[in-house]
Design a protein around this ligand. Sequence first.
Ligand code: SAM
Length: 875
Amino acid sequence: MQRVLMADERKPTDGLDATTRAEYRERLRRHLQDPAFRAVAGFPVGDDEAMLAMSAPPYYTACPNPFLAEFVRRVGRPYDPDEPYYREPFAVDVSVGKTDALYRAHGYHTKVPHLAIVPSLLHYTEPGDLVLDGFCGSGMTGVAAQWCGTAPEAYRREVEAQFRAEGRPAPRWGARRAILNDLSPAATFIAANYNLPFDVDEFAQAARQLLDEVNAELGWMYETRHTDGRSGRIEYTVWSEVFTCPQCSGDVVFHDEALDEASKRVREEFPCPHCGARLTKDRLHRVLESLADSATGQMWRRVKFVPVLISYRVGPAKYEKGPDREDLDLLERIRSLSLPEEIPTSRFPIEQMSHGSRIAPKGFTHVHHFFLPRAAQALAVLWRKADAQADTRIRHMLLFFVEQAIWGMSVLNRYSTTHFSQVNLAQTGVYYVPSQSSEVSPWYILQGKLERLYSAFREVADSGSIVAITTSDCSSISIPDRCIDYIFTDPPFGENIYYADLNFLVESWHRVVTDAQPEAIVDRAKQKGLPEYQRLMQRCFEEYFRVLKPGRWLTVVFHNSRNSVWNAIQEGMLAAGFVVADVRTMDKQQGSYRQVTSTAVKQDLVISSYKPSARFEERFRLEAGTAEGAWDFVRQHLAQLKPVVLKGDVIETMAERQPYLLFDRMVAFHIQRGATVPLSAAEFYLGLRQRFVERDGMVFLPDQVPAYDAARLNASRVDQLTLFVSNEKSSLQWLRQLLDPATGGKPQTYQEIQPQFLRQLHQARHEQLPELSLMLEQNFLDDDGGRWYVPDPNQASDLERLRQGALLREFAGFVQSRGRLRQFRSEAMRAGFADAYRRGDYATIVRLAERLPESVLQEDPDLLMYYDHASLRVG
Ligand SMILES: C[S@@+](CC[C@H](N)C(=O)[O-])C[C@H]1O[C@@H](n2cnc3c(N)ncnc32)[C@H](O)[C@@H]1O
């Protein structure tokens, strides 16, 4: 976010005088010359000059930022264990603000809008606090941090009303400080330009001048003749791939044959213009033409394109035409020009790219291959002129502006007959060279963008805040321990988007590219599976744990592509020491947040976790492995949770307060810290009831009860959780809810329960689910009328002991058996793993885990946790 300066306070916009800036540059240069500084994993690939040119030290470096510790010393507040701090978990709606002009000022492969982040910052932090995002991408967390200080009045009133309605204290406005980190220089360059101050008027003037100069130099390349002889101005030229007919081998220009003129859509089937054979795109044969590649000095074979349509203007009127002789001569003339030196000619790491197989067979292996001759000339001149600016901030902003035309002016820009504009139509998240592309002119793509950028950045007043940006692996950010007040982060989510590969195209222009080695993704081409992803994520979470102040929060937003990926994230987070306090998803229909009680959801998740307070960790170290330690954990965990969640006049059941989840959290907390779990499930449930207060199936600290009871008096009802019943564990949860009057249920007979149960059940493939009757017998009691009811705590504890015995006998059967275990009772496996872990028999866990289908292990958080820790111990 940029500060707009009044005319009388021009420059320096970053508060540094020229000498200080030069000193920082010199210091950065010296760092770059130090081999030890460059030796860290994740250090971008590029030479010193390129890295210096991209950086604006001390606030931004296109490599690990050596000035971060200084920054923290200057703007941070040291950790003070006596400073009172208390917050409850808070959910974020990541869909908010996607149309905001500032959000849209620069694209990135995925983005969380700053307006979605602002409420979280207001909730968890105070003005001046220091926030961190280690996977910052385009830097929206920084924009949000500043927005807390610059938000307009109307927005403030809106948020204040929302906070009031949710019973929260009023937000305290004022900018927060931020540290932003990403592995990719392309990302941090965007983040830096979004977040470092610049003079917006000076930028707009320079950008307009840039476009004018390019026009003066290259305008002739975009001229065409109208039917009446007047000169027209080309906005875009459509290029079509040429195939051959499999029947007669005649050339088939895809655009000419496949496009239906009337509907303006590509037809599924169309006739060959030569032999009339029925053709589809799949049946066509690809044609590779041979071209001379002046950059590599070799012959270059790539798919054949021909220009088929020119869209142009004469004055304000728009026209279309097929290219005529003059147009073709012009294109030929441009083709004969030599490749400008600004055009990167580096080869893509095709063999290590999942999308390599999409581009290499079509002949696209080097960066310059993606630009047709005219686009190459135009982009080169844009880049050259932008890069020639003397003032670093204006130069960076101009490059930030020009960068946005790189994808859009390449052959990746699809031609769409259904879009009014042909700007930025490249397929997102992938390198896909379409059969029809629009080659747009620089002014067509950039003119409107400039005006939008100008007005978006003008809106933002000076926040007085400071953001520092660094380019490094999130697992090693060079800042001191315990200095961060809050972390908001949106990590890569497994396998969907290959950021380093995608950023290669833009980074090559800067001559500084990502070191993809520590990139936290699942990518077969780079030999990174889910376990590697989990390890990389865990290291990043460990770093987060190190730098976060104790008692503070971490919000992770996660686009849930696969359950196994979510489990990997969760396991990484827990193993690093965080405690999950809330997992939610946005219910778009209801416009409210839903708790996630199983991982079988394919939506955006918001995970709120905290780093336990230093005092608690200290106590826990002394009492770890004792019952008192376990109860202490439960106490501090309950204290982190809201006493009541209200939706209108309905109370929402909180999964985190339910005994079964508290047990899971207690177990995980011990295992993650290498402590023995001191209580069995039976002892835990019994002890829980003796020590805490239960209301509506939820557990409370005594001092939380009055608030809950007061809300309960006014509430119309308590909403139960929607459970996804797929295995024995979730079946039992569901049955408890059904039979327990405390959760709105009532005792029922087998005949009554069975049909309801079958309607709920979506049995997982690997689950050998016990009969319903056995589940009832092992966990519930029946009265004289044959109605099953939830036993009282003492009886429940007896039953649980018996059940554990039965489960362990079953587990012993697994141990005795041979071969793969494709179907098994997962509760028996869990009980067996827990028991083996308690006895220190890690080898049994590892042996059995290796006999399970990999997907089961990855999708079951309990089994995964035991396996991970056991395999660490077995080595
Ligand atoms: C989901 S994107 C973040 C997008 C961001 N929230 C935004 O609004 O632009 C995830 C980012 O993580 C980065 N990344 C992947 N592995 C990383 C690592 N080990 N350390 C730091 N960043 C990493 C990727 O380069 C990518 O920019």
